[in-house]
Design a protein around this ligand. Structure first.
Ligand code: ZN
Length: 219
């Protein structure tokens, strides 16, 4: 850690695996970094839970910045990209996809996700709606124009909230501030306050993508 170059940015990255009724949901896919064996880090993490990439049924994406979308696809030995989770359906906001394809580098690494464009496994999300009756999604904007958040309801009506980069860390829900890295910092701040208020009332479990200390928390 001490040897990292000055000016570099330390980001903790944490995709989530959610298991519900014998199905495996992956929430964002990480940076796409590989371990020393040349295997995707996220595959190694799945193996620790006795799962392979083939076991993922659904990939749900908050947005397509490279730290969230890097693991969507992987190059084979012939250097051809293929989807990393071959049996999964991929849920992504259509507006975010189109925006990302246009915007490109440096925020978006198009080669990570462009395969989704014409793949039958892609499920396009609109600005709000439901996935399989129990996942409510909403285009929140804030962090990027078409960032999307997800609220899962369990059988006992317990709530799990994945707020991607609008609610990336526990401490960010407790203090009021505007972040420079957000597309619309004021909106992100207001959204965080809304999420914190409703989340407290409804006893949400928050999944924090950029929080290794408190990956799962409630208020
Ligand atoms: Zn991020």
């Amino acid at each position: 850690m001490n040897e990292r170059p000055t000016g570099s940015l330390l980001v903790e990255v944490q995709p989530f695996l959610l298991q519900y009724k014998n199905k495996n949901y992956l929430l964002d896919t990480g940076l796409g970094f590989k371990n020393q064996k040349g295997e995707l880090q996220i595959f190694e993490n799945l193996h620790k839970h006795h799962l392979t990439p083939n076991d993922i049924d659904y990939v749900i994406l908050s947005h397509l910045h490279k730290d969230h979308a890097g693991g969507i696809s992987i190059k084979n030995e012939q250097h051809i990209e293929r989807l990393a989770f071959p049996n999964a359906r991929y849920f992504i906001n259509k507006n975010e996809f189109e925006f990302a394809m246009q915007k490109g580098y440096p925020s978006y690494q198009i080669e990570d996700f462009e395969l989704l464009k014409n793949d039958s496994r892609t499920e396009w999300l609109s600005t709000e709606g439901k996935i399989y009756q129990f996942i409510k999604y909403e285009e929140s904007g804030g962090h990027c124009p078409h960032h999307t958040t997800f609220l899962f309801s369990g059988e006992q009506n317990e709530k799990v909230f994945f707020g991607g980069d609008v609610a990336p860390q526990l401490k960010q829900l407790k203090t009021k501030y505007i972040a420079k890295y957000d597309y619309d910092g004021k909106k992100s701040m207001e959204l965080r306050q809304q999420f914190a208020t409703i989340g407290k009332e409804e006893k949400w479990q928050f999944l924090f993508y950029h929080d290794i200390t408190n990956p799962i928390g409630s208020l």
